[in-house]
Design a binder for this molecule. Sequence first.
Ligand SMILES: [Zn+2]
Ligand SMILES: [Zn+2]
Length: 303
Amino acid sequence: MEVSMNSTLLSSSPETYWGQFEEISKYNTHLGIIERLWTAWYAWMQNDVLATGIMSFMMHELVYFGRSLPWIFIDSLGVLKNYKIQSNKIPSLREQWNCAKFVLLSHFTVELPQIWLFHPMAQFFGLSTSVPFPSVWTMAYQIAIFFVLEDTWHYFSHRALHWGPLYKAIHKIHHQYSAPFGMAAEYASPIEVMILGFGTVGCPILWCALTGDLHIFTMYVWIVLRLFQAIDAHSGYEFPWSLHHFLPFWAGADHHDLHHEKFIGNYSSSFRWWDYLLDTEYSPDAIKRRRENKASGAAKKAQ
Ligand SMILES: [Zn+2]
Ligand SMILES: [Zn+2]
């Protein structure tokens, strides 16, 4: 920690978290509130591996279920039925509960042990935990790069998972829901979580190994945004205000819902460019384009 703290003050180190927070706030007025909360957490925990581990796990649970909750309400109240993509397939509460149990079980048995490795690995590759945090600009451009890298990894590994033997052995579980809902985002085999999770965690680590410039806080913001992306893409709802109407290359639910319904095409996560370039896009437009190409090819042959 690069926080200036008077050693005599530290000797009367407060025992509670909020005591730490107050102490740090008093002498580090240049730090923002999140930076002070962050520093107090590490100071109070006195164990960086545990501090990062608990924070990562809690953040994942809060964001994952917190972001899924509005979709559960929307499904069970039926308030936005007109925007449901597969309007005849509203998931029941029982289905969502079964999904929640499966996801929770995998979080506690598969993810929790791995999360303990995160801090040592972050330290090994030189991720920073110190304050002040990087500027908003630095975080924004790094996160934009992670979105592009993760999407590329996701496209190719997800496409590979649709190869017969791998599909049967690993990916079939995720496709149990042909009409997905928010919480189904992480309903998958532990092996799949590891393979696809590498894109989310491995890409930033690789970036840091190459550039030596990444803060764990940037990584957290990235993971939160990636969770939002994954949950919303599984929501099953398409709105006139969905992001892809403003950013035409953004994938969203419009893109991924069809993947669950048809089991083919639309393999990428955040963007549409890989599916477009490699002709695996599944949309009414893409099907029409393919049909026209075929027809013009046949016409040429006939000439
Ligand atoms: Zn798939
Ligand atoms: Zn999916």
